[in-house]
Ligand binder design. Structure first.
Ligand SMILES: Cc1cc2nc3c(=O)[nH]c(=O)nc-3n(C[C@H](O)[C@H](O)[C@H](O)COP(=O)(O)OP(=O)(O)OC[C@H]3O[C@@H](n4cnc5c(N)ncnc54)[C@H](O)[C@@H]3O)c2cc1C
Length: 446
């Protein structure tokens, strides 16, 4: 009999893991609490207009995700965003950038001249120094995890550079500041942006970010609206208790966030408990509006440094994604909040959040300043938006993967395992499938 494995969570990491296990002949059941797959790679819809509520775009160097599009027959959906300009907000104005090292240069404006030179030299040297590993698997780069990005730049360049450049840059992609990001993650991302510059263009899947999860789920045995409440281990397997009762499996992959995995795993080993208790996430709230299309024609993305208000860290005009995001003269505009501000207003009602974010977007978007016809569209609160890859954390993951992964047939899976973003999560799913398969094949079977 083939081994039976339960995967808890139909986010991208769980789906990829399940798909790879199934390809190896393992019988897999995916449990998902929501009605649809995708998790933080989701897309909601209202009045025929989409809202990419979590992950917002891919990059052309996401080789794994791009590969799945081809394998699953949806390669035609993997498309570049229509050209749209990228800006940074600074001192009451927006300035054009490109999604590359230039984006950093914009933040240099308030930095003293000598620090500017030092910083450019430092970033250039870091970006060009060969590294063995990738941003999408930070476990390969633990040797670079010597400090956090903020302190490193503070020491080697100066306070203004750390505050205005590194801190701002980090919050535009992680929602939190640079004291909480490992130097290894900063260097690895610089490498992706500079060394693979031509492949760092923004991409989408036509019809919203959920397309790859949907295509994967169609190939699998997925139980939707089926929340797992408990996972208990047995000497020869695991019990998964969900809304449809208790079932026994040979192994389980916990592919929900670390918080949920900690809650549902009732008898963790010491290593599992200790590791899961260390994982931290930055929250955010994604808020979307409908605005007259002609006002936003010139813009795709605007990055907003924390020091420029501390509320919205990035906003985008989603019209660059095509017809699903604009209609009848209106276009969807998304705003993501800095984690500290998200935390502050998390418990407010939707109406209050829409009001606060609308006021802020009018302040920081010159084309919307005098617009009195901004319509509220959709919003979503993410308590666990981005794992915090802080200094020291990378080694904790490395040590867990070496000694704790797979203990008592329980496997953890997800972006928080040093696997940032959708591409990192997908690659993590593949590695977990490989690890589980190797271990299961060594076990005696009745
Ligand atoms: C606002 C935001 C913007 C982002 N922007 C980008 C971006 O532009 N590009 C990019 O590449 N990445 C981006 N990311 C990061 C990316 O979305 C995540 O890294 C990735 O999707 C994580 O996938 P995962 O499978 O690890 O976890 P998740 O997607 O969180 O999947 C976990 C799944 O488990 C399910 N689940 C939870 N509890 C249970 C339970 N008890 N029983 C059953 N199922 C359960 C959940 O419903 C979910 O489907 C963004 C994330 C957020 C939040």
């Amino acid at each position: 009999m083939p081994p039976k494995v339960a995967v808890v969570g139909a986010g991208i990491s769980g789906l990829v893991c399940a798909y790879q296990l199934q390809k190896k002949g393992i019988e897999v059941t995916v449990f998902e609490k929501d009605a649809l797959p995708g998790g933080r790679m989701s897309c909601l819809e209202k009045k025929g207009l989409c809202f990419d509520a979590g992950a917002n775009f891919f990059v052309d160097n996401y080789k794994t995700l791009k590969g799945y599009c081809c394998e699953l027959g949806i390669e035609h959906k993997w498309q570049p965003l229509k050209s749209g300009k990228i800006y940074g907000f600074s001192e009451g104005r927006i300035h054009q950038l490109s999604l590359s090292l230039n984006a950093l240069i914009f933040y240099l404006k308030p930095v003293p001249f000598l620090q500017r030179l030092k910083l450019i030299y430092l970033l250039y040297t870091l970006a060009k120094t060969p590294i063995k590993g990738s941003f999408y698997n930070l476990t390969e780069l633990t040797s670079l995890d010597q400090t956090n990005a903020y302190d490193y730049v503070l020491e080697h360049v100066g306070k203004e550079a750390a505050d205005h450049v590194i801190d701002s840059f980090t919050s535009t992609y992680q929602f939190h500041g640079a004291k909480d990001i490992s130097l290894a993650a900063m260097i690895a991302l610089l490498h992706e942006m500079v060394t693979h510059n031509s492949e760092f263009a923004a991409y989408q899947t036509i019809g919203g970010m959920r397309q790859i999860p949907i295509a994967l789920a169609e190939k699998l045995h997925c139980l939707f609206s089926c929340e797992v409440n408990e996972v208990r281990t047995l000497p020869n397997g695991v019990i998964v208790k969900s809304s449809r009762g208790e079932e026994q499996f040979d192994a389980v992959v916990l592919a929900a966030t670390a918080n949920t995995s900690r809650e549902i795993l009732k008898d963790p080993t010491a290593k599992q408990r200790e590791f899961l208790s260390q994982v931290r996430y930055a929250p955010t709230i994604m808020v979307s509006f409908l605005v007259p299309e002609e006002l936003m024609k010139a813009i795709y993305l605007v990055m907003v440094p924390f020091i420029e208000g501390g509320k919205i860290c990035i906003y985008s005009s989603e019209g660059v994604k095509g017809e699903h995001f604009q209609r009848d003269g209106l276009v969807v505009v998304n705003a993501a909040l800095h984690s500290a501000y998200a935390e502050e207003i998390f418990a407010d009602s939707d109406e209050i959040i829409f009001g606060k974010v609308r006021d802020e977007i009018k302040r920081i978007c010159p084309y919307l300043q005098d617009c009195d016809c901004i319509q509220d569209h959709l919003l979503i609160r993410w308590q666990t938006a981005m794992p915090i890859f802080s200094h020291g954390y990378l080694r904790e993951v490395e040590s867990f993967l070496k000694d704790g992964q797979g203990e008592r047939s329980v496997f953890l899976c997800g972006d928080y395992l040093n696997s940032p973003w959708t591409e990192g999560s997908a690659r993590c799913g593949e590695r977990v499938a490989e690890a589980l398969y190797s271990l299961q094949m060594q076990l005696p079977r009745p």
